[in-house]
Design a protein around this ligand. Structure first.
Ligand code: KG4
Ligand code: ZN
Length: 369
């Protein structure tokens, strides 16, 4: 490089595949770290209707449905992006954590596409994909605080780099999305519970039921939602629900109070742990689609002098653009995987920097909803 010239950072184009739960998704994204990136296509086929009669995701139905639709979804993602397979730099797919049947379908398809097109394969940790979405959308710089709230997870972390996390707090029982889904069932609302409760709560009085706020005021950043769910069951069972919208609103407010209080602890810890002029909170995962939660966290960040980044609802719930973006971040460091990479049902975020290709012997379902 000649002195005085600036190396032009290369943009990568990555095909992403997501099949870890009940969305079959493929996307093509172009960009380079720290973002933002350009979403060239983002196709999501939801299986919600197939699972609705069962009130939750049925793993066997999910895996079959991914098999039936994935190749058409990939085809559409490539066509809409107007990028030929030969022009992409890598194929990225969720390699875990998630329902193992679905993860196997997506990862195996990614291996086949990578092999046929002679492109590198990248196995992505689904949680890390959620964590990095705010870089795709807004180019948020490391380090930042992450509140990850989804159907299977509820965590507060400092994200220091790709694959480097510091855990501040986690749920000691249910994930917050799971709490929404279970509360919805108790209220007779349809699956998935989060959006149903949010809509219903708009009509209700949040002060009507005095529900517990577990862990509020503790000096660690852990969560607990099981007691709240039990309180909803008792209120619903006691026949007090002449107006279920009041119970939905009271439940949602209790969840928001807990999440806000726990996040405040994490923001303060981050402030002492990192000397950075730009402090930011990133909120990710399906529950981050909740508008009341978004506005409560925005107010918290104003108080605590943090910037806030919350991706648009369509990028908070499961999608493949986030997987493609995580692949771009891995292209930067050229950390690719081999075709022997194994899918993983469990894969904690703190291990995301380690080798993904561990032998899988745990066939348990981890995202039962
Ligand atoms: O991230 P996600 O799409 O899938 C997982 O990886 O788990 O999150 C799904 C979860 C479900 O529990 C769903 O009820 C919840 O996110 N959710 C919401 C909302 N939209 C989805 N929870 C509260 N309010 C919402 N608007
Ligand atoms: Zn997710």
């Amino acid at each position: 490089m000649n002195p005085g010239t600036i190396a032009r950072q290369r943009a990568f184009t990555v095909l992403g595949i997501e099949t870890s739960c009940d969305e079959t998704a493929a996307a093509v994204v172009r960009g380079s770290a720290p973002g933002p990136g350009q979403i060239l296509s983002n196709i999501i086929s939801s299986q919600v209707e197939e699972h609705r009669p069962y009130g939750g995701v049925v793993p066997e139905i999910a895996a079959r449905s991914h098999v039936e639709t994935l190749d058409a979804i990939i085809d559409r993602a490539l066509r809409e992006s107007r990028v030929a397979l030969s022009q992409i730099d890598a194929v990225a797919a969720t390699a875990g954590p998630g329902l193992i049947g679905g993860v196997m379908v997506g990862l195996t398809m990614a291996k086949a596409v990578a092999m046929a097109a002679d492109k590198p394969l990248i196995g992505i940790n689904h949680l890390e994909a959620h964590a990095l979405t705010a870089r795709l959308t807004e180019g948020v710089a490391f380090p930042f605080v992450l509140l990850l709230v989804s159907g299977g997870h509820c965590q507060l972390l400092a994200v220091e780099a790709v694959g480097r996390f510091r855990l501040y707090g986690t749920t000691i029982d249910d994930a917050v999305g799971e709490a929404f889904d279970k509360a919805a069932r108790l209220l007779g609302l349809p699956y998935p519970g989060g959006p149903a409760i949010e809509e219903f709560a708009r009509l209700g009085n949040a002060k009507r039921f005095a529900l517990p706020r577990p862990m509020l005021g503790r000096d660690n950043a852990d969560f607990s939602f099981a007691g709240l769910k039990t309180a909803v069951r008792q209120a619903a069972g006691a026949g007090e629900i002449d107006n279920p919208a009041d119970l939905a609103a009271s439940f949602q407010q209790a969840v928001i109070d807990v999440l806000t209080d726990r996040t405040r602890v994490a923001l303060r810890r981050f402030r002492t742990d990192f000397e950075t002029p730009r402090r930011a909170l990133v909120v990710a995962g399906g529950v981050a689609a909740n508008a009341a939660l978004r506005s409560a966290l925005t107010a918290l960040c104003t108080e605590e002098n943090f910037a806030i980044a919350i991706p648009a609802p369509r990028l908070c719930t499961d999608n493949a653009a986030m997987v493609a973006w995580a692949g771009i971040e891995r292209c930067e460091t050229e950390t690719f995987d081999t075709l022997s990479l194994a899918p993983r049902a469990r894969w904690p975020l703190q291990d995301a920097g380690g080798a993904a290709g561990q032998v899988l012997n745990n066939m348990q379902i981890v995202q039962q909803k």
